[in-house]
Write a protein that binds this ligand. Structure first.
Ligand code: PLP
Length: 451
């Protein structure tokens, strides 16, 4: 089997998304309102369109992808699946390593897979504007692109430290016509409150979410779009795993292990959930989520109800959390710095149906560089987390002399992260200790709810 790129036709773009809820052993835990009672779906209509709310609570196994969305997907989907022949040779491993490459989207990551869906349903619902937050800029640029595709205005609250450090991602959003503000801003109550207590605040994802939600909730023509965490976002991302299954089938292999980096969980859910369907049906396959040791939500967090944002505007979600006002160290994988995790991923982890590993920053960059020097593609620092674990799996297979089949999601390229690579080459990147005290402090502020 010497094939390197396993490709599908445009006609192979999935016609339906896969909803993991249908195959979970227990129903998902409901989000709770301020009164501790389950949030009624219509309470979310101030910020989300009906269709997305229905998907959020759906138990249907398959949900049809609208044709206009499949039309836009054609711009970059199906994405290629690669066999990592050169990395395998460099490692001297008997393992077969495959990676699905989501960096071919216009924004350079998997995030447009859901951004275009959210823009489409909002336009169908008569919405004119979308607000959102972005950390490193990957989600903001994906939504900027999606807004452009479906004729919606987009306002992005960008975490101030990234706004200043990542001017090119800001320019990308502007190139697609979005408006970008450095958060905390003084245009929202949430932003003004933070600035009043800390005028030099460099911002956080949690603060930016509060700002974007506040604005969407207060304007009729405006809705909010979230890039990860929620059930409907993970649903949309399952096009990744569905295609990957078809591609592996094409060359007659099935993975022993599926690996993906995990921030809010959509990248992991996107590739892993379609394989979970097989696992639920009795097939043996390991599903591994990878996170940074500096923001170890699954491996060191608690499974509890917590807010999705700093101000506490969002419903309470049962998830692994480090506390909603935990601000993790400034590692270069900005997409992996969220304090919580998808409730679906959290529940599956709690029930021991999936695994999680945390890896430190330096070993991650070492893996990223080894990958660039063998496979050619320079990975995003987030994606390098899954490469680290894929390499470790391949080395373990070598040790055990086992022909394991490894699949990981290469969620994005690193072309806008070269300043992080610069620091790595200059020996200026560091491993952060597990931020035990900051997490303990933040945990004290977990909302008190039964369950
Ligand atoms: C955002 C991002 C991630 C993490 O995404 P989640 O879906 O929230 O887990 C991983 N890789 C890349 C390239 C990203 O941009």
């Amino acid at each position: 089997m010497s094939q390197t790129k396993i490709l599908l036709d445009e006609s192979d773009i999935p016609t339906h998304w896969y909803n993991v809820v249908a195959d979970m052993p227990n129903p998902p835990t409901p989000p709770l309102g301020p009164d501790g009672k389950p949030v009624q779906p219509d309470a979310l209509t101030a910020i989300f369109p009906e269709t997305l709310i229905q998907q959020e609570v759906s138990g249907e196994r398959w949900i049809r992808i609208p044709e206009p969305v499949r039309e836009v997907y054609r711009l970059w989907r199906p994405t290629p699946l690669y066999r990592a022949h050169r990395l395998e040779a460099a490692l001297g491993t008997p393992a077969k390593i495959f990676y699905k490459y989501e960096g071919v989207s216009p924004a350079g990551s998997h995030k447009p897979n859901t951004a275009v869906v959210q823009a489409y349903y909002n336009r169908e619902a008569g919405i004119r504007r979308l607000t959102t937050e972005t950390g490193a800029g990957q989600w903001g640029s994906s939504l900027a692109l999606a807004g452009r595709m479906f004729g919606l205005d987009v306002r992005v609250f960008m975490v101030k430290v990234s706004y200043e450090q990542k001017p090119y991602r800001r320019s990308m959003m502007q190139a697609w016509g979005a408006e970008v503000l450095a958060s905390p801003t003084n245009v929202t109550e949430a932003g003004r409150k933070v600035l009043a207590s800390d005028p030099t605040s460099s911002g956080s994802l949690g603060i930016a979410i509060s700002e974007a939600v506040e604005e969407a909730a207060s304007r009729k023509d405006t809705n909010y779009a979230l890039g990860s965490v929620l059930n409907h976002v993970l649903l949309h991302q399952t096009v990744i795993g569905l295609e990957a299954k078809k591609q592996m089938e094409k060359v007659g292999v099935y993975p022993d292990v599926v690996i993906a980096s995990c921030g809010g969980g959509s990248n992991f859910g996107g590739i892993a959930f379609p394989f979970f369907a097989d696992k639920a049906a009795g097939k043996k396959v390991r599903l591994v989520a990878v996170e940074p040791t500096s923001c170890p939500t699954l491996t060191k967090g608690v499974y509890a109800y917590d807010f999705g944002d700093v101000a506490g505007y969002t419903p309470l979600m049962k998830m692994y959390t480090l506390g909603h006002d935990f601000i993790p160290p400034g590692i270069h994988a900005g997409g992996l710095r969220y304090h919580g995790d998808s409730p679906l991923v959290s529940q599956l982890y709690h029930e021991k149906l999936i695994e999680a590993v945390a890896v430190p920053q330096l070993a991650t960059f070492e893996a990223g560089v080894q990958f660039a020097r063998t496979e050619g593609i320079i990975p995003a620092p987030e994606s390098a987390h899954s490469i680290r674990v894929a390499i470790d799996e391949a080395l373990a297979a070598k040790e055990a002399n086992e022909p394991r089949v490894i699949l990981f999601n290469l969620s994005g390229h690193g072309h806008f992260d070269m300043s992080a690579y610069d620091k790595y080459f200059a020996g200026q990147l560091e491993d952060y200790d597990y931020p035990e005290e900051a997490i303990a402090e933040s945990m004290k502020k977990l909302p008190k709810v039964a369950g």
